[in-house]
Design a binder for this molecule. Structure first.
Ligand SMILES: [Zn+2]
Length: 156
């Protein structure tokens, strides 16, 4: 029997699929929501509060047999700019890249201004990233500004 460390067991091998690693523990379940994982039919493994040299504690999401569009994965950057995507094929990591924050975020965040048109008309919200360092976003329609960590994610 080979010597498998506990850390390795926590992130057991995936044959094919997507692993999203280095998600801060506090936002792991927001990331799950952003990816729409509730609707995925294949095996999903979610690990949280795993030890991380980079983050102290981290969360990880593993989804078998699903390759998300890059635009979907990049939405995670809104709440977890440190997240890293691993594409797995036949147990090998064939691609690995950090998520990239898009300039515009469509239909993902609810505007915090109750008077905003997006809260009163059946329409998609639209936010622009105004500060990439601090990850701050601003509503296209009413200019309401919010730090992404405090942003309310719309149920997908
Ligand atoms: Zn607004």
């Amino acid at each position: 029997m080979t010597n498998i460390s506990k850390a390795e067991l926590a992130v057991a091998a995936l044959r094919n699929g997507t692993v999203i690693d280095h998600i801060p523990s506090e936002v792991l379940f927001k990331a799950v929501k952003i990816l729409g994982i509730e609707h995925v039919r294949s095996a999903v493994t979610i690990g949280n509060n795993l030890e991380s040299k980079k983050l102290g504690h981290k969360g990880i999401i593993k989804v078998a047999d699903v390759y998300f569009p890059e635009a979907t994965l990049n939405r995670i950057a809104l709440i977890a700019p440190s997240a890293v995507v691993n594409i797995i094929r036949d147990y090998e990591v064939v691609e690995k890249y950090p998520v990239t924050l898009p300039d515009t975020i469509l239909g993902l965040v609810k505007c915090g201004n109750p008077k905003c048109i997006t809260n009163n008309e059946p329409m998609r919200t639209r936010f622009h990233v105004v500060d990439r360092e601090d990850v701050t976003i601003s509503c296209h329609y009413c200019s309401h500004t919010v730090k992404s960590a405090d942003a309310q994610i719309i149920q997908i």
